[in-house]
Design a protein around this ligand. Sequence first.
Ligand SMILES: C[S@@+](CC[C@H](N)C(=O)[O-])C[C@H]1O[C@@H](n2cnc3c(N)ncnc32)[C@H](O)[C@@H]1O
Length: 254
Amino acid sequence: MPKLFAPPATTWAMDGREVDLLHYIYSRPDVKELRGNPHKVLVAIDEYVDKHQVLMNIGATKGAFISDLIAARKPSTMIELGGYVGYSAILFGDAVRAHGGKQYLSIENNPEMAAVANQLLDLAGLRDFVRIIVGSSDESLEELIEQKKIDRIELIFIDHWQELYLPDLWLLEQLDVLVPQTSVFVADNIIMPGAPKYLKWVEATPEQKREMLAGLDVGTRRPDPSWVYETQVSKFDTTWGKDAVAVTKVVGRQ
Ligand SMILES: C[S@@+](CC[C@H](N)C(=O)[O-])C[C@H]1O[C@@H](n2cnc3c(N)ncnc32)[C@H](O)[C@@H]1O
């Protein structure tokens, strides 16, 4: 029967390998030892990648860098855009919980990926702490804010499709949830495949952004160029090649 609703599979993701990962994990002889142990679940996912097929999870190096950021900022709520099989949700959800946080919200628009992530989070003992929201990042963020489930951005991990990074940041700018000296955005895959428009925006001054807006198609978004950001790009060698993570702090308005 043809798939009518599922997004097209690629040669490197969403071709059945994510469900295969679940079978691999749940058929391991040591599966009972994984229960309630986020670290062991992550090691088991890494072993699947080493022995079987690649998965687009945040790697160990970039993962450790972001975990350090969580330890430093201790967010009460952390949000991620793009959950995939839940690797980063397990790693960062565990870190947020360990540092006294309240919740980790992971927005994933593919229900199949969300189902896989929920099973792995359940195994890791994080199902009560990490909530997977099935939906597109923009609509889900709007809903969370409208329903007052979040009233500010503390730490947001941006890791869905790179062309959505900037429109989703513009959405946050217009929804009045950015707080100077509090809000931080962490964007992955800055070099590979790259998010040049996003990077240009978060590195620009308000004056430069006002000039940029004249030549930009912003669709229905209402970007706010008055926000002052401070962005640091950290480069990493990953199994896929060279990449970078951009950490942007909201400084104030001008
Ligand atoms: C790179 S993967 C995320 C990897 C994950 N953060 C990790 O490190 O384990 C990107 C994910 O973003 C999801 N995605 C793509 N567009 C999205 C959107 N508009 N809203 C929510 N999720 C989206 C894809 O389905 C995919 O699962």
